[in-house]
Design a protein around this ligand. Structure first.
Ligand code: SF4
Ligand code: SF4
Length: 146
């Protein structure tokens, strides 16, 4: 499962069409709306977390772009909410970069943000969603636009 955050900008013509819902119906994607400012017949913006197979995400974005929506991927980084993490170790088994690892002999799950490549594999595997995607300065820029 691929998870990324996108900034979508809608033209006046596309703002009153239910385009985002086609992502679920036609492209087998899941999404969460993180922020939206859309009114009928006005330009608008939406920040969307999209989840799905890489090819499906690409096809869904191509569809949106074909409908006149400008879609820009927001770069992100990962953080761990230590208040949620209960040290189960699931994420350490999947992390390809070694950013998440088990320290012996304490068996504590250690997160080294410097080694994180932002692949997002740990986000869906964490049972309590302790691993979170945090948009970087591009997100701040998008928020300023709202
Ligand atoms: S999968 Fe989640 S709860 Fe388990 S160690 Fe990793 S961050 Fe903590
Ligand atoms: S995003 Fe990827 S590299 Fe970073 S901690 Fe999670 S699994 Fe490891």
């Amino acid at each position: 499962m691929h998870t990324q955050i996108y900034l979508l900008r809608f033209s006046k013509e596309s703002s009153d069409r239910p385009l985002v819902y086609r992502l679920v119906k036609d492209y087998d994607l899941e999404f969460s709306i993180l922020k939206a400012d859309i009114l009928l017949q006005r330009e608008g913006m939406m920040i969307l977390e999209i989840k799905g197979a890489k090819e499906s995400v690409k096809a869904g974005l191509d569809y949106l772009r074909g409908c006149g929506v400008r879609a820009q991927r927001l770069t992100s980084r990962i953080r761990r909410d230590d208040s949620k993490c209960f040290q189960c170790g699931e994420c350490a088994g999947i992390c390809p970069s070694g950013a998440l690892s088990i320290s012996r002999p304490s068996m504590a799950v250690v997160f080294d943000a410097e080694r994180c490549t932002g692949c997002d594999l740990c986000v869906p595997i964490c049972p309590v969603r302790a691993m979170e995607i945090i948009p970087d300065r591009d997100m701040a820029l998008a928020e300023d636009l709202a």
